[in-house]
Design a protein around this ligand. Sequence first.
Ligand code: PMP
Length: 340
Amino acid sequence: MLIRSGVVEAIGNTPLILLKEASERTGCRILGKAEFMNPGQSVKDRAALFIIQDAVRRGALRPGGTIVEGTAGNTGIGLALVANALGFKTVIVIPETQSQEKKDMLRLAGADLVEVPAVPYANPNNYVKVSGRLAEHLNASNPNGAIWANQFDNVANREAHIQTTGPEIWEQTGGEVDGFICAVGTGGTLAGTAMALKARNPKVTIGLADPMGAALFSYYTTGELKSSGSSITEGIGQGRITANLEDAPIDTAFQIPDEEAVPIVFDLLEKEGLCLGGSSGVNVAGAIRLAEQLGPGKTIVTILCDYGTRYQSKLFNPAFLMTKGLPVPAWLTQKSGVKA
Ligand code: PMP
């Protein structure tokens, strides 16, 4: 098919890109699934589409209806673009700590944006819980109704990866895949892709790459949800077992500090021309750790989650990096004209 009927058909079927330095360093073939090439520039377009299609099929989302969601940004961008194409409205609740670029993009795409203070999930004012209440309220007051996308606990999210991401990786590698690893926000990408790959070959090793401040590394290594530290990465770092994570076949887990992930993001841009966000750095760092665990000669796939320009004011801003005590690479100092 050379012509796509609309933006919906342009989601997915992303390339797998050989990551040169990571592969040379480990003697493995490390491949990145280029999810930043989706229309909304992130992996979350897939989940957004499946959540909307599922709600339409169930009759919950009707023409002119509103989709409400709490999101770190990328899911909201995917929802807003698909909603525009299919005739729905979006209301997005976002923690105010998320990057300005994502908020600007959401407004540009026509989403009604509600910024809330970043508070833990246990707090009733957490962005996810606010979005759930807002959806109920809008459903009652809006003549066309409203749905809550509920990406964390709506398994239409991981279904997107069971039906698309996993099978694509299997086909693109001709079944030659020894390991798959990525970080978790909702868990949809990791659990869904893992389930699809394990169904085709139970010997594929599935790894979790967890940022500091998340509780899942502790959960999958000791059985206890416990977290410490923090990370500048956005969109990842989970503190509970979401419905999307339930029964995820995870074999091994790594904890990736920003000091390890951030230089990888810079190197991928400077040396390989891949402009990516921070979660991709966690993923590639995780792929390197998994490669070291499995030994040379293996094929390991990870996710290149979103496009880097979404974080120009933070990850690629020397002043921001310095406030976080992270090293500023010389080339970034030169490009931005800021003295380190
Ligand atoms: N990276 C980024 C930048 C994201 O926005 C997200 C989604 N929140 C993820 C990774 C994680 O994806 P998932 O929700 O499927 O776990």
